[in-house]
Design a protein around this ligand. Structure first.
Ligand code: GAL
Length: 633
């Protein structure tokens, strides 16, 4: 497969006589894709029903004739101001009951059926006009679903939709009351119309009520996207893509991905390190200008699965962003390394965001490949270098990774509803397991919770799964991998009640979770073998073998055959030891990679990626800082 590069471009931001020169420079840089359109609604339809296609026709023509393939975005993340006059109640409402205002973007509620119809209408108009245009080679639906905390909305439209959704799911309020345990605190309902959204309650709402609202809200994102996907499908053969985000768990990406052809995500490594990751101040300082060495890779591996094997970077950070608390510039080389790392994980295309830095509006301090004065910004030369290098790299064939990590959005919602400890978070736990595997040099496939087949893996990581799906149970029963299940896996029903018997109930693995405790950062439970359990610890009983114990004699890991249950959340070094031991037990050549150095294996190549700010030497090979090397396997 030929890897390609692209860039995000906003013709409506620039004088028309600049477009041809921009397009020519993009092509000279080695870019082959350009994404346009996703925020342009007010220029496409300045007044209701008054459509102005002429400028967009010319932009498509200029870019396409320069040799660029166009990704056309539907503009539904930015409805124009007049839309609010038509649909005054379309705004999302925050959990304090305040409508979120016009004046930025994503000012719509996923539940609002009037806006959903407007979204279908504009998508259809665009699809009819450009669906068969030879220059349009892909479509992007909307832009970054959920960005700016927009999945959950406590609007009237959401309340109506939620009640309908509950009636369909539970059929009767008796069934709902039983499922939720509403006898507690006299929370029982007599009709579905009595059920409100779970905000502004006096103390915490019932957890299954929160979980149901998370499920409902995720379904609205899926439905909103499906409306656009259906319209586009009828009008184009080009692949359909959405650009997902980093550490965004508020909707089920697997389900949105099922309706599209390619998954993409928007990778801002330096911004994410500063505002989206729990890490020590030392770690954040060390990786200030590179980003976290595992966070991008996690999303590459996740979105590869969301895209059913096909995935892109739709927006790649080129320099300082504008939206994090602090916005340092990347180390020289990082704009190249990030793109290469994505290719190493199987990306087809990496698009930089954006072509030219805008001198106006909210993102005027956000770098592009060009400065506002059209001189080259530092990332332009790095993008050009990547473009030259992909010409020389022989085909990189994908292969199955050694480790599988099961990642489940519903579990994230369950634990949000019922964290039980301030530091318990589904993503955070899954990422800790991922980091451990990566330090051991393992390549990882991230798989959905209804995975049916684990054959071929040496290590399976299944932390923090609220429930264990029946398909996964069967796959675990058949896997030859060492499976590290838990902590907090299979301990709840689908409705967030405690399972009976209490525990994961996996065939052969006799483990009961008798009690669970959460721990503040000041407390850690020491293990006899060294290291600690942090944040979370379950008191286990049962007949399975105890392989690790706390210093006071409690079971820390119990095992039967190749299935292991972790009682707690191991600290990062301990997690690494446990995963590495599991890999070694399976005959895998596991590593202890130096800080910042990471390996990614494809079937044909090994990539060595150095996020450290200094050269790293390992096994006789020195990788310069902010650099990536590859070798054939
Ligand atoms: C993304 C978004 C882009 C732009 C970018 C800035 O979240 O999709 O439109 O805002 O961030 O970093």
């Amino acid at each position: 497969m030929k890897r390609t590069l692209g860039v995000c471009y906003y013709p409506e931001h620039w004088p028309e006589d600049q477009w041809a020169e921009d397009a020519k420079r993009m092509v000279e840089t080695g870019l082959s894709w350009v994404r346009i359109g996703e925020f342009a609604w007010s220029r496409i339809e300045p007044k209701p029903g008054q459509l102005k296609w002429d400028w967009l026709d010319r932009a498509v023509d200029v870019l396409g004739r320069a040799g660029l393939q166009i990704i056309m975005g539907t503009p539904t993340a930015t409805p124009p101001r007049w839309m609010l006059d038509k649909h005054p109640d379309m705004l999302a409402v925050d959990d304090n009951g305040h409508a979120r205002k016009f004046g930025s973007r994503r000012h719509y509620c996923f539940s609002h059926l009037g806006y959903r119809e407007e979204s279908r209408r504009i998508t259809q108009l665009m699809a009819q006009r450009y669906g068969r245009n030879p220059h349009i080679a892909a479509w992007q639906t909307d832009n970054e679903y959920a960005c700016h905390d927009t999945t959950l909305s406590y609007s009237e439209a959401a309340r109506t939709g939620f009640r309908d959704w509950l009636a369909q799911r539970y059929q009767s309020t008796d069934a709902l009351n039983r499922a939720w345990g509403n006898v507690f605190w006299s929370m029982e309902y007599g009709t579905f119309d009595q059920i409100d959204l779970p905000n502004l309650t006096v103390t915490e709402p019932n957890h299954p009520h929160l979980l149901a609202f998370a499920r409902y809200s995720s379904d609205q994102v899926v439905a909103f996207n499906k409306v656009q996907a259906n319209v586009l499908r009828a009008n184009t053969d080009a692949p359909l893509i959405h650009n997902y985000m980093g550490r965004e768990t508020s909707f089920d990406h697997y389900k949105v991905g099922a309706d599209l052809d390619i998954a993409s995500w928007d990778s801002y490594p330096i911004g994410f390190l500063s505002d989206r990751l729990e890490a020590t101040p030392e770690h954040k300082q060390r990786y200030l200008r590179q980003g976290d060495p595992d966070l991008q890779a996690f999303h590459h591996d996740l979105y590869r699965t969301v895209g059913k094997g096909r995935w892109w970077i739709m927006e790649q950070q080129p320099g300082p962003v504008n939206w994090a608390p602090y916005n340092p510039a990347p180390l020289p080389g990082m704009a190249r390394l990030w793109a290469w790392e994505a290719f190493a994980h199987g990306a087809e295309t990496v698009c930089y965001f954006r072509w030219r830095q805008a001198p106006f509006a909210q993102e005027q301090m956000h770098a592009g490949l060009l400065r506002p004065d059209s001189e080259a910004a530092p990332a332009l030369a790095e993008a050009a270098q990547v473009a030259r290098e992909i010409e020389t790299l022989p085909d990189v064939s994908e292969g199955q990774a050694q480790a599988a990590l099961i990642f489940d959005y519903e579990s994230c919602w369950g634990w949000n509803a019922q964290p039980q400890g301030a530091d318990f978070d589904g993503f955070r736990l899954a990422f800790a397991a991922y980091r451990a595997a990566r330090r051991a040099g393992l390549s990882v496939d991230i798989l959905p919770p209804d995975t049916t087949d684990l054959s071929g893996y040496s290590v399976v990581l299944a932390p923090g799964l609220m429930t264990i799906h029946d398909t996964l149970r069967t796959a675990l029963a058949h896997t030859k991998a060492t499976a590290l299940i838990g902590p907090r896996s299979g301990t709840k029903t689908d409705e967030l009640s405690i399972t009976s018997p209490m525990g994961p109930n996996l065939a052969g693995l006799d483990v009961t979770v008798a009690l669970a405790e959460s721990l503040p950062p000041t407390e850690a439970i020491p293990l006899k073998s060294g290291g600690h359990m942090v944040h979370w610890f379950e008191h286990l009983e049962g007949g399975a073998d105890v392989t690790h114990e706390t210093t006071d004699g409690k079971s820390a890991i119990m095992q039967h055959g190749n299935l292991c249950y972790l009682a707690g959340w191991p600290d990062q070094d301990t997690y690494f030891q446990i995963v590495r031991d599991a890999a070694i037990a399976q005959g895998v050549d596991a590593h202890d990679l130096p800080d910042g150095l990471r390996i990614r294996d494809c079937a044909s190549h090994r990539f060595w990626i150095n996020y450290a700010p200094e050269p790293v030497t390992y096994q006789g090979r020195t990788v310069p800082p902010a650099d990536i090397l590859w070798e054939s396997l």
